[in-house]
Ligand binder design. Sequence first.
Ligand code: SF4
Length: 191
Amino acid sequence: MEPFILRVHDIIENTSVNGPGNRICIWLQGCDRDCPGCFNQPARSKTGGTDMSVDDLMRRITAGEYDGVSLSGGEPFLQPQPVRELLRRVRLEGMDTLVFTGYTFEQLKADPVLSAPLEYVDYLVDGPYMRDIESFCSLTGSGNQRVLRLADSKIAEDLTQSFSDGCAASEVVIGDDGQITITGFDDILLK
Ligand code: SF4
């Protein structure tokens, strides 16, 4: 069987602003949208980034001690089958999964191709980034977006208010290779 390959923009380890607990966050490469004020322009091109197999990503994930794995982008649902496989294997390792997407949950559910990964998503941060709608939630970039807990590909709970303490956060992470990455959802990043 051909290995599952994902186009990856970047990976950050030991992040606490991209979901609950200590996480590894993988930004996937490629996005069809053109949100004004996009906070991750380099992740939009479909030809950028690096191909990585799900096997290699799982080796990296299981080398750390994480509560969960977050996928961002770019648009993770544009790579539905390898994303599904990655999330399935993350769950098997006992970690939770969180995916940031520009689609709404309802749009994903209505599309048989895009919806493939939903079965293995525990938290979905959904909806397009709309910079004119202020967010008070630490996990969303704009106020139209929601933090949803999913179970069996259905909305189990809307947790947006639970993460809305008015304190958006960002963090600076220095990797083993010295690379500095700034991540999060406060005004440093959202223009
Ligand atoms: S969905 Fe995200 S990566 Fe794509 S254009 Fe909008 S803000 Fe940028």
